[in-house]
Design a protein around this ligand. Structure first.
Ligand code: SF4
Length: 334
């Protein structure tokens, strides 16, 4: 599809409907097909994890075990869910899209029961599911290349999609036991310890494993992953986010993307893209500071009147431009 019908992407009301029904799991299979989800430690595609293979992660399949929905205070969307599952944990949070893909497609793992389990284990340990999945995928690729052997992995057969071994590895990482201790600090540090060109397979930005949106599909993600003070975040900006935020409706002099454009335009670095990225970054600083949810912002600045609400709550009389001028990111040291 060389032409993008961006007026659809621009209207986040569609995403609102999907979020309400399925939560972020609405993207589980769609993102793979769109080329948005990284597969097989970023070297695969929908050909490796297509509709048939990824069926257990289908949002309707997951919905069958969802027992109750939950939401943050007063949120009309309510994207969360509690699921009844088999295994050690009888009840667990519905894994987010990011967790499902990091522990699933990124490792070619289509065993949804194992994803429910690992998601719960990692949540209880306070560990990030994206980083954990990215680090496991790194370890699997090292195993595939012979950089890690069964002697290094405490006997685990770390092959693509081997759910049993992936679960065992995650549990070892949580306990910092054996190979788990080597991997528990993420792929960058593990690669420094392993050596042998393993760094080629550690996909990270500033030591942060990348989230489940491929910058080769939307280069705006890559810009934010690499240039934000807190690197590797998918919750700040992209070209798609800019289109959905529709900030030009509130902020003077921001560019309005055309309703139709050729996809290859996305890959041309120009000043307009830089302005769009800076606007996303500043807008999210304002929104995060105000405690607003990114998902709500997707329905567009014309509907979510963040700047008016802030003025009403504080008594300030700032313009949208004033708010964005003062929104500065704070670097996080690594
Ligand atoms: S505030 Fe955001 S994260 Fe919380 S339930 Fe609503 S949409 Fe989901």
């Amino acid at each position: 599809m060389r032409m993008l019908p961006t007026q659809m992407a621009m209207d986040g009301m569609i995403e609102k409907i999907l979020l309400r029904k399925w939560g972020t799991s609405n993207l589980n299979q769609a993102s793979v097909e769109m080329g948005d989800a990284p597969i097989k430690n970023w070297k695969g595609s929908h050909l490796d994890f297509g509709i048939k293979r990824s069926l257990p992660t289908n949002p309707d399949v997951i919905k069958q075990v969802e027992r109750v929905k939950y939401h943050c205070y007063s949120c009309p969307l309510g994207c969360g869910g509690i699921c009844a599952v088999q295994g050690k944990f009888k009840q667990t949070h519905k894994p987010e899209y990011e967790s499902t893909l990091a522990l699933g497609g990124l490792c070619l793992n289509n065993d949804m029961d194992s994803i429910f389990h690992m998601n719960e284990v990692l949540n209880r340990a306070g560990m990030d599911t994206i980083s954990a999945g990215g680090t496991v995928a790194f370890a699997i690729e090292c195993f595939e290349k012979g950089i890690l052997t069964k002697t290094d992995t405490d006997g685990l057969e770390l092959t693509w999609g081997n759910a049993k071994a992936i679960v065992a590895l995650i549990e070892k990482m949580v306990r910092r036991e054996g190979i788990g201790d080597l991997l528990a600090d993420g792929s960058k540090r593990a690669a420094q310890r392993i050596g042998k060109r393993s760094a080629d397979y550690a996909i990270h930005s500033g030591g942060q494993e990348l989230p489940m949106h491929d910058g080769r599909n939307d280069p705006g993600f890559n810009l934010h992953y690499s240039a934000e003070p807190a690197p590797g975040r998918h919750t700040i900006g992209s070209q798609l986010y800019y289109e959905m935020f529709q900030l030009w409706k509130q902020v003077k002099n921001l560019p309005r993307p055309k309703l139709l454009y050729f996809k290859d335009r996305k890959y041309i670095a120009d000043e307009q893209k830089a302005v769009m990225a800076a606007a996303c970054s500043k807008y999210m600083n304002v929104a995060n500071g105000a405690g607003l949810c990114l998902f709500g912002l997707f329905i567009g600045a014309g509907r979510i009147r963040v700047f008016d609400w802030l003025n009403a709550a504080t008594g300030w009389r700032k313009t949208p431009e004033n708010y964005l001028e003062n929104a500065i990111s704070t670097p996080i040291p690594f």
